[in-house]
Design a protein. Sequence first.
Length: 144
Amino acid sequence: MPGRARLIAGGAVVLSGLVGVAVLLLVRGLPGDGTGAEARQKTRVAASPYVFERGRTYDCDVRREDGRLYAGHSDTLTALLEQIGTSWDVAEAQCLLNHHGYDVGAVDGVYGRATEKAVKRLQDDAGLVVDGVVGEHTWKVLRR
């Protein structure tokens, strides 16, 4: 009987460990299944830090995920962008502006005059405050 009790106790420990792992996977998402936040972010965001290089342009891989458009450079919904800034967020906005029909010229991650002009046209068409600054409300329109 002591051997059987030990076997049952050991089985209970193993079972509780498996239940813990199952709960963790349900909460965080299975690795590689595209449901976890980490997996979603990896599919949307540029892998390297943004470094300005004169004449360099970037491709736009615009696709819809979770009801929003993403272009592969940033997953921000709130970053404030204005003229003279350079970043992946700017490249993302440029891709989405082009996707919506607002020409920014080269997608280079530089918030210059052409990008500001395109942002203002988008804001005007969307009934937003026309200030040329990409903020939360403009991101909502860009991500539609």
